[in-house]
Design a protein around this ligand. Structure first.
Ligand SMILES: C[S@@+](CC[C@H](N)C(=O)[O-])C[C@H]1O[C@@H](n2cnc3c(N)ncnc32)[C@H](O)[C@@H]1O
Length: 308
């Protein structure tokens, strides 16, 4: 299954690549972005992370077509700082993260990411981890389940859905994606079911985020990423959900703002320059053409932070 990279040129351009630089792709997927980065660093090195073993095995030959100056690391990127330090890397010229699920993960019926195919409730990017969607749906206490559906799915019917799940699972476990879709449909009022879009979309999104610890990973990236940048280094992040874009936007804005300048009582010489700036104040969005060709790109937003 093919993965069409989103904002490919734009994201790689935003890194303002230096030929001999050290770069990190935190979300290798099928190496679309990594291949482009590798092409531009004949004397540099690229570290590629993914927690899905398939992403690494599938991407290796694709990267080897371009060069051998790369290292594959199978790990959750929330540990990227330690993983790089263990390889003697403490500062880098650029970091890219293209968040979320890849098309090969989403379109593989057996992985249980999609409400379009019937499969066991799974949704693990890292297939060796214990927590899966079955566990969240069938064994999370009601309050915790509700919080996941509410916070990560932002579904106005989260309470009704959590209640219906709780009722059904007390009779028999909810085993499959289609069983879960039925539960969601039973929980939603007719008015909500008549709306555009699949009624299970937000619940599936919420479960996926929880199973894969996606919010924790993004928090870790926003915390550690900026510290790892060399002078003129860049951190570029592509998000697909408003939840994630809000986090990125706020963190980047606060890093690029002079704290002191907000207080009118500081003299100009007392104001410390921020260490970072934003090469583009607004998020970069896919072109009309890209959105028409690849509907997955429609909600994408790219933001970049630069260490001065
Ligand atoms: C949207 S795809 C990236 C596609 C890639 N840029 C390309 O052009 O082929 C996201 C990839 O990141 C991986 N991923 C997502 N969150 C991760 C995390 N916290 N740690 C490691 N890998 C992660 C997923 O397994 C998936 O393969």
């Amino acid at each position: 299954m093919k993965h069409v990279s989103v904002l490919l040129e734009e994201a790689v351009d935003c890194l303002a690549i230096k030929q001999g630089g050290t770069y990190v792709d935190l979300t290798l997927g099928r190496a679309g972005h990594s291949r482009e980065i590798l092409k531009r660093i004949p004397q540099g090195h690229l570290y590629c992370f993914d927690k899905d073993a398939t992403a690494l095995t599938e991407s290796k030959p694709r990267l080897e077509e371009v060069g051998t100056n790369f290292t594959l690391i199978q790990s959750d990127f929330s540990h990227f700082k330690e993983e790089l330090e263990a390889r003697g890397v403490s500062k880098v010229d650029g970091i890219l993260a293209d968040l979320g699920v890849s098309s090969p993960q989403f379109d593989d019926p057996s992985r249980g990411f999609s409400y379009r195919y019937d499969a066991r409730l799974d949704m693990r990017m890292d297939q060796s981890q214990r927590l899966d969607a079955y566990e969240v749906v069938n064994h999370y206490p009601f309050e915790k389940l509700l919080q996941v559906l509410r916070d990560y799915g932002e579904d106005p019917d989260a309470y009704r859905i959590a209640k219906e799940i709780d009722k059904r699972r007390s009779i028999a476990p909810i085993e499959t994606t289609f069983q879960l879709v039925d539960v969601i449909k039973a929980a939603k009022p007719a008015k909500a079911l008549a709306k555009k879009g699949h009624p299970a979309k937000q619940t599936f999104q919420a479960l996926r985020i929880e199973v894969n610890g996606e919010e924790d990973a993004l928090e870790a990236l926003l915390q550690d990423g900026p510290d790892l940048l060399k002078e003129d280094g860049r951190l570029s992040i592509i998000t697909f959900m408003s939840l994630d874009d809000r986090l990125v936007k706020r963190r980047f804005a606060s890093l690029a703002t002079v704290e002191g300048s907000r207080h009118g009582f500081l003299r100009p010489e007392e104001i410390e320059e921020p260490e970072f700036d934003l090469p583009s104040k607004k998020a970069i969005l896919p072109s009309e053409e890209e959105m028409a060709e690849n509907p997955r790109s429609i909600s994408a937003k790219l933001r970049t932070l630069r260490k001065k």
